[in-house]
Design a protein around this ligand. Structure first.
Ligand code: HSE
Length: 333
C-alpha cells in the first residue's frame, strides 16, 4: 500500500512516526508493506516509488524545515507525478475557503484514490460534495481524527452504534477553550491562560478559530453531516465563543456549583456552539485540554467518550485506525 502525506507539520510528522512504529504489524497483517511514496509540506515535496524512510523524513523536516529538496507551485501537479493509493491530507486547515487541502482531497478523489483526512475546513464547508464524489468514484473517504483527535466518535457512531437511532450529541470539541475555562475556574485571567495554551501547541495557528468557537463549529458541522445525515456547512452553525466570559460569570457559576464549558450541540434540529452552565461532576464538566462527547441514542442510552483532542501521536492514532479500516475493506474484496 502506497501513501502520500500531504502536510508535514505536527500531524504529518506524527503519522510518519506511527507508520514507522507499526510497520511490522501492518506488514504481518496484510502481507505487504505500507510505504510512504510521497510527502509534501507547504513549499517542498519528495517522491520515491520504492518508499521513503518515515523517520528520515521527520528528521529532515525538523533539521531543515523542509520535507523535500524540490519546491512546487501547484500541489496537484505533485500528486499527479506521485505513485500512491491513499492520500493522507493533513495540511493546515482553512475554515474560510477550505484552502489547499480542499483542492488536494478533490484531486485525489477525482483520480479515484482513497483519502484519509483530519483537515476540518474542507469537511465543514463541502462535506456532502466530497462524500458524493467519493461514492461516485468508489473511493474510501475517512476522517475520524477531524473531530476529537484520538477520541473515537465518528467511527464509533457508524460502526459500534450502527443499529442505534442517535438523537443528540453534546460535547467539548476544543481543548484550547476547555484549558482556558479550566484555568479561569482557578482564578487565572483569560489572556494568560490563552498564552499557556499556545505555548503547549494546542491552539490553532490563529487562536481566534479556537476562542471564537469556529474550530468547535467545524466539528459540529462534520458530526451533523456524518452522523445525523444532515446537509449543513460551518455557516449554518449558531456560534458563540468564549471571549465574552468574564471572571464574574465564572465566579457566579461556581457559587451555583457549576462550571462554564464551551459545548457543541447537534441533533436533527440543533446545530450550536456556545458557553453553557454545566453542573460540577457532570461528564461534560471535565477540566484541561481533553475533549469529551455524550452521545444519546434510543436503545443504548447515554454513552460518553473522552480523550485527547489533539497532539502529534494522538491525532495520528485516528489516521492509523482509518488506514487499517481501509486496508481491511480492500483486502476483503
Ligand atoms: N485547536 C484545537 C483544539 C486542535 O484546541 O482542540 C484540535 O482540532
Amino acid at each position: 500500500m502506497r501513501i502520500f502525506i500531504c502536510g508535514f507539520g505536527t500531524v504529518g510528522q506524527g503519522f510518519a512516526e506511527v507508520i514507522a512504529r507499526r510497520s511490522q504489524f501492518l506488514e504481518e497483517r496484510y502481507g505487504q508493506p505500507v510505504r510512504i511514496t510521497g510527502a509534501m509540506d507547504s513549499r517542498t515535496y519528495v517522491l520515491d516509488r520504492d518508499g521513503l524512510d518515515p523517520l528520515d523524513l521527520v528528521a529532515r523536516k525538523q533539521r531543515t524545515g523542509r520535507v523535500g529538496d524540490d519546491e512546487y507551485s501547484d500541489p496537484t501537479a505533485v500528486l499527479d507525478a506521485a505513485a500512491y493509493d491513499i492520500l493522507v491530507e493533513v495540511s493546515p486547515t482553512d475554515v474560510k475557503t477550505g484552502g489547499a487541502g480542499l483542492g488536494n482531497i478533490m484531486h485525489a478523489l477525482n483520480d479515484r484514490k482513497d483519502v484519509i483526512t483530519v483537515n476540518k475546513g474542507p469537511l465543514a464547508l463541502r462535506f456532502n460534495e466530497l462524500i458524493t464524489l467519493a461514492k461516485r468514484n468508489k473511493c474510501k473517504f475517512r476522517f475520524e481524527g477531524s473531530v476529537g483527535g484520538a477520541m473515537p466518535i465518528i467511527n464509533l457512531c457508524h460502526e459500534n452504534l450502527r443499529g442505534e437511532n442517535i438523537t443528540s450529541i453534546r460535547g467539548i470539541f476544543n481543548g484550547t477553550c476547555n484549558f482556558i475555562l479550566s484555568k479561569m475556574d482557578k482564578g487565572q485571567p483569560f489572556e494568560q491562560a490563552l498564552k499557556e495554551a499556545q505555548q503547549m501547541g494546542y491552539a490553532e495557528t490563529d487562536p481566534t478559530n479556537d476562542i471564537e468557537g469556529y474550530d468547535s463549529a467545524c466539528k459540529v458541522a462534520i458530526l451533523a453531516n456524518s452522523v445525523f445525515g444532515r446537509n449543513v456547512t460551518f455557516d449554518d452553525v449558531k456560534i458563540t465563543g468564549i471571549t465574552g466570559i468574564t471572571e464574574e460569570a465564572i465566579s457566579m457559576a461556581a457559587s451555583l456549583n457549576m462550571v462554564i464549558r464551551l459545548i457543541g450541540e447537534i441533533s436533527d434540529t440543533k446545530l450550536e456552539v456556545g458557553p453553557r452552565l454545566i453542573p460540577k461532576g457532570h461528564p461534560l464538566s471535565i477540566s484541561g485540554t481533553l475533549n469529551t462527547a455524550q452521545i444519546i441514542s434510543d436503545l443504548a442510552g447515554p454513552i460518553t467518550v473522552t480523550g485527547r483532542g489533539a497532539g502529534r501521536l494522538e491525532t495520528a492514532s485516528a489516521i492509523l485506525s482509518d488506514l487499517i479500516s481501509i486496508m481491511d475493506e480492500r483486502s476483503e474484496v
